[in-house]
Design a protein around this ligand. Sequence first.
Ligand code: CUA
Length: 166
Amino acid sequence: MHLHKYEKVWLAFGMASLIIFLLVIGFAAFWKGTHPQSHLETIDQNNVEAHDSFKPENLGLTEVADGKYKVNMVASAFNYDFGVDKDEKPVKTIRVPQGSTVLFTITSKDVVHGFQVAGTNVNMMVEPGHISRYEAVMKNKGEFTIVCNEYCGIGHHQMFGKVEVY
Ligand code: CUA
C-alpha cells in the first residue's frame, strides 16, 4: 500500500496529538488529582437523613456568619426539599440579602436531577449517591428561579423554587 507523503504527515500528527491529549488527561487525573467534583463526597441515597446536612431539621436556609449562609436541600422526583417554615409549610423561596455568600449543598434520593439558579452562575448536576456543593456570592438583587435542568421524568417541569435577593 502506498501512502502519500502528506497523508503520512497528517497521520503522524493525528496520532501524536492523541498521545499528547491522553498524557495530559493522565497527568491531571493521577498526578494532580483532578476529578469531577461529585466524586469527592458520597452518601447512601436510600438514607440521606443519616447525613447531618440532610436531617429534616437542617434543611433550608441557615445563617452561619454575618453575610454567610448555607442552604441544604434534598432533590427527589419531583421536588426540592428546603425544609418547612414555622407553620410546617414546605419552603419554596430562599431569601438572602444582596452581597451574601451562599453555600448550596444538595443530594438526590432517586435519579439524576439538576439544580440551576437561573440568572446566576449556580448550576449543578445532582446525582444520587453523591453530594454536590456550590458556593456563590449573590451580587444582584432580584428573584431567581430554581430549575431542574436534567430531564428526570414525567414531572420534571414541576421541579422549581425561588431565590430572592433583597
Ligand atoms: Cu428533576 Cu428534572
